[in-house]
Design a protein around this ligand. Structure first.
Ligand code: HEM
Ligand SMILES: [Cu+2]
Length: 528
């Protein structure tokens, strides 16, 4: 029996992967690496939660606890969530959704992947050679003076930044230069718009983090007084520089997720997306406002009342384009033909959890409340609702939606629904209890606490176990799908998006015949 050639079997041997310039293979390799990072970061999270099951020391010393939450945060942010959607699904589907054969700079794309791996190696080296206990934010003056192996860690993050910048440059040029004839801007899928807005932030914001970490290393190695007040430096300056990148960075995390969610809701409701143009503009509006709110991380760092009020106001502003998106996703469901499959379940959980995350962001953006809640578990719960309730749920929606296309195999739907239930319930048990802990004054980054908090911490830890069960069930059925899953058809979800007009998995050139012209929009259900 003749095997049909596709991007997976077109070339054989490990070297054909290591040196590939095929955007699909590069996307798949990123997927492998970010999933590894997620499971490693998840292991550290389970360790944290286990330590917190009792008020006193259980398995970790105070120093080890500080090291573990630092590694959990740094791995989850820099190695998992920032590349999680752009570098995986973005790399795989952007050229296909543009009706073309690859990104603008395929060799640069491959280089971005190995730069990511080099950065990861530096981070892991720092774990093995004494580790870091500063928190993922590397705040000075502690990071300027502390021992451990901060320099390999921040060098790793510095290098990872270049992988992000180069991917951003590649995607911006690809969207401008590689679109099929006829595919004008307002015919582009919203996933493309969100990748484009994200790429702008990657290119403009990431250099600021690189410079900040470079200055920290210079201060540590050459004793230059930049951030350390003992050397005449200013520790709050570090916070400004760090959050001038890291707040826009949260939109590098959430914008691509919003793009995935738009693709999934249109396909599983079989409906044109409600308010397509305003959704596209909202992606760009979010990318712009993202650069104007970093000061809300410094409300209790001694900013002037006027500046604090200004940053609070600007923080509320970002709620408008985000709110428009949530409204339009819900409006798209209205009178839709809903296909209640796993990708749609993750869509629903995204809508609910991201909205909780968004509202609690408004609470934290309110000065009078933030003074009470800053550095408590309310903040920890908030960013897990947006980063995990938002991006990770969208990542799972995208993974289940595009899995048949990427690997040509279906996964077990029943097992997927069981895993979804564990993940959704586990998530809320883990993190909703943390809102209550924080509102009652439980500080973050403490490994022991007063007895009154034990019941809530115990609940949160049990929740993290349910989460872990859900993720391991997912891992199991995806692996079994690769080995013995039912062959996927070209368009199992009956989607009208362009990528579903290719084979499952696609041929190396993406299309059997490269589209000469594309005049239809991405969500042409009403016209079908
Ligand atoms: C898999 C389930 C997860 C659990 C159970 C979990 C649990 C926790 C806990 C308990 C803390 C607080 C430690 C403390 O302040 O003492 C924490 C901190 C943190 N988590 Fe998670 N987390 C999970 C997933 C994630 C994900 C997916 C991300 C981001 C993508 C993330 C990013 C962070 C960050 C940035 C911190 C702050 C670390 C620091 O204070 O330096 N977590 N996590
Ligand atoms: Cu922020």
């Amino acid at each position: 029996m003749t095997t049909v050639s596709n991007y997976i079997n077109a070339k054989k041997g490990i070297l054909s992967w290591i040196f590939t310039i095929d955007h699909k293979r590069i996307g798949i390799m990123y997927l492998g690496f970010v999933l590894l990072a997620f499971f490693l970061g998840g292991m550290f999270a389970l360790l944290l939660r286990l330590e917190l099951i009792t008020p006193n020391e259980l398995i970790l010393t105070a120093r080890q606890y500080n090291q573990v939450f630092t590694l959990h945060g740094a791995i989850m942010v820099f190695l998992f969530i920032i590349p999680s959607i752009p570098a995986t699904f973005g790399n795989f589907f952007l050229p296909i959704q543009l009706g073309t054969i690859d990104v603008a700079f395929p060799k640069l794309n491959l280089a971005s992947l190995w730069i990511y791996v080099l950065g990861a190696i530096f981070c892991f080296y720092s774990i093995l050679s004494g580790s870091v206990d500063t928190g993922w934010t590397f705040y000075t003056p502690y990071s300027s003076t502390a021992g451990g192996s901060i320099i390999p860690m921040v060098t790793g993050v510095f290098i990872l930044g270049f992988s992000s910048i180069l991917t951003g440059i590649n995607f911006i040029v690809t969207v401008h230069k590689m679109r099929a004839p006829g595919l004008t801007w307002f015919k582009l899928p919203l996933f493309v718009w969100t990748l484009y807005a994200t790429a702008i932030i990657q290119v403009l914001a990431t250099p600021v983090l690189a410079i900040t970490l470079l200055l920290l290393v210079l201060e540590k190695t050459m004793g230059l007084g930049i951030f350390d007040s003992a050397l005449g430096g200013d520790p709050v300056l570090f916070q400004h520089f760090f959050w001038f990148y890291s707040h826009p960075a949260v939109y590098i995390m959430i914008l691509p997720a919003m793009g995935v969610i738009s693709e999934v809701v249109a396909t599983f409701c079989k409906k044109e997306l409600f308010g397509y143009r305003i959704m596209a503009y909202s992606s760009l509006a979010i990318a712009i406002i993202a650069f104007l709110v970093w000061g809300h991380h410094l409300f209790v760092s001694g900013q002037s009342p006027f500046i604090t009020m200004l940053f609070s106001l600007l923080t509320f502003l970002v709620g408008i384009p985000s709110g428009i998106k949530v409204f339009n996703w819900i409006a798209t469901m209205y009178a839709g033909t809903i296909n209640m499959k796993t990708p749609f379940l993750y869509f629903l959980s995204f809508i609910f959890l991201f909205t909780v995350g968004g509202f609690t962001g408004v609470v934290l953006g309110t000065l009078s409340l933030d003074i009470h809640l800053h550095d408590t578990y309310f903040v920890v719960a908030h960013f897990h609702y947006v980063m995990m309730g938002g991006t990770v749920m969208a990542f799972l929606a995208g993974l289940h939606y595009w899995w048949p296309k990427m690997f040509g195999k279906m996964y077990n739907e029943v097992a997927a629904i069981v895993a979804f239930v564990f993940i959704f319930i586990g998530f809320n048990v883990t993190f909703f209890s943390q809102f209550i802990l924080g509102a009652n004054g439980m500080p973050r980054r403490y490994y022991n606490y007063i007895d009154e908090f034990q019941l809530l911490h115990f609940t949160s830890t049990v929740g993290s176990w349910l989460l872990a069960v859900g993720f391991f069930i997912s891992l199991a059925y995806f692996i079994s799908s690769l080995r013995s899953g039912k062959k996927a058809s070209e368009n199992p979800w009956e989607s009208s998006a362009l990528e579903w007009k290719t084979a499952s998995p696609p041929v190396t050139q993406n299309f059997s015949t490269i589209p000469k012209r594309i005049d239809s929009g991405p969500y042409d259900y009403d016209k079908a």
